[in-house]
Design a protein around this ligand. Structure first.
Ligand SMILES: Nc1ncnc2c1ncn2[C@@H]1O[C@H](C[S@+](CC[C@H]([NH3+])C(=O)[O-])CC(=O)[O-])[C@@H](O)[C@H]1O
Ligand SMILES: O=C(O)C(=O)Cc1ccccc1
Length: 247
C-alpha cells in the first residue's frame, strides 16, 4: 500500500471529454491536498470536532463517520480523545478510499477502536450512536434521498446524541450567492488553482455535488425530529451545522 501523497492536478490540463467527478484511485492520491485547497475551513472544522466530542460524547459511545474518505474525522477524534473514550465506524462508498483509510487508521491510531467499512450510507443498518458526522458527504446524495438518510440518523442517535453536518451551501439570495461563489473562486486561485482548473472542476461537479440552502438543511433536521440545530461554522459558501437530539 502506497502512502504517496500528491498535489491535486486533476483538472490542470484541458480535457476533451469532461468526466464527472468521482472518488477513484486518482483522487485518493491527491485527496488531502485537494480538500485542504478546495474547502474553506476544512482543517478548522476537523480541529473543532475533537473539542465538540470532548464536551458532548458519553464515555465509550459509538461514533459514525459517514463518507469518511481517508478517515480524517477519526484521526481528528483520536488526536483529541483517549482510546477508551469512543468506538468509531467509518463508512465510504469508494473502495479506493476505504482501502487507504483502513491502512491509515491502523497505522496512525493502533490503540483506538476504529473500523472502516465499504458501504452506502443510504442503505446502512445503523447501530445506536452518540455522535454521527457527515463531513461534506450529504451534498453528494441525490436531493430526494437526503430526507430519509437524515431521519434514519436521527433514529440511530441515543437521547442526548449529536449530528454534525458540514456542507457546501447555496445562498437563497442570488446576489449574495454570486458574491460568495466569486470569493470562493478567489480562495481557490489564492490556493494555486488556475482558471482552467477552477472551471473544469466546476463542470465536473455539476449534477454531482448539489448544494442545499442552510434553511433547507435546518428544515430537514427539524422535520427528522431534531429539537435544535445551529450553524456553528461558516466560511464563504461552506458551513457546518450541529443538531441535538433531546436527552
Ligand atoms: N452514498 C454514499 N455512501 C457512502 N459514502 C459516500 C456516498 N456518496 C459519496 N460518498 C463518499 O463521500 C465522500 C465525500 S468527501 C468527504 C470528506 C471526509 N468526510 C473528510 O472529512 O475528509 C467530500 C468532498 O470530497 O468534498 C467521498 O469519499 C465519497 O466516496
Ligand atoms: O472543489 C470544489 O469546487 C468544491 O466544491 C469542493 C470539493 C472538494 C473536493 C471534492 C469535491 C468538491
Amino acid at each position: 500500500m502506497s502512502d504517496a501523497s500528491y498535489r491535486d492536478a486533476i483538472f490542470s490540463t484541458p480535457l476533451d471529454r469532461m468526466a464527472r467527478f468521482s472518488f477513484d484511485e486518482q483522487v485518493v492520491s491527491c485527496f488531502p491536498d485537494m480538500i485542504r485547497r478546495s474547502v474553506p475551513g476544512y482543517g478548522q472544522i476537523l480541529g473543532m470536532l475533537g473539542e465538540i466530542a470532548a464536551r458532548h460524547l458519553r464515555h465509550g459511545a459509538h461514533v459514525y463517520d459517514l463518507g469518511c474518505s481517508l478517515g480524517a474525522v477519526g484521526l481528528a477524534l483520536a488526536g483529541r480523545l483517549p482510546p477508551d473514550a469512543f468506538r468509531l465506524t467509518a463508512v465510504d462508498l469508494s473502495p479506493a478510499m476505504v482501502k487507504q483509510a483502513t491502512h491509515t487508521l491502523a497505522e496512525e491510531c493502533p490503540e483506538h477502536d476504529m473500523q472502516v467499512m465499504e458501504g452506502d450510507i443510504r442503505r446502512l443498518d445503523y447501530r445506536d450512536s452518540g455522535m454521527i458526522v457527515l463531513n461534506f458527504t450529504l451534498q453528494f446524495l441525490p436531493p430526494e434521498e437526503r430526507d430519509d438518510v437524515i431521519t434514519a440518523l436521527f433514529e440511530a442517535l441515543e437521547p442526548g446524541g449529536i449530528l454534525i453536518l458540514s456542507e457546501k451551501v447555496v445562498a437563497s439570495d442570488e446576489q449574495d450567492n454570486a458574491w460568495l461563489v466569486e470569493r470562493y473562486h478567489d480562495f481557490k486561485r489564492a490556493n494555486g488553482y488556475s482558471e482552467l482548473e477552477i472551471s473544469q472542476k466546476r463542470t465536473a461537479l455539476e449534477n454531482v455535488l448539489i448544494p442545499d440552502t442552510l434553511n433547507a438543511h435546518h428544515a430537514r433536521l427539524s422535520h427528522a425530529g431534531f429539537s435544535r440545530s445551529l450553524t456553528w461554522f461558516q466560511y464563504l459558501n461552506f458551513a457546518s451545522i450541529i443538531a441535538f437530539k433531546d436527552a
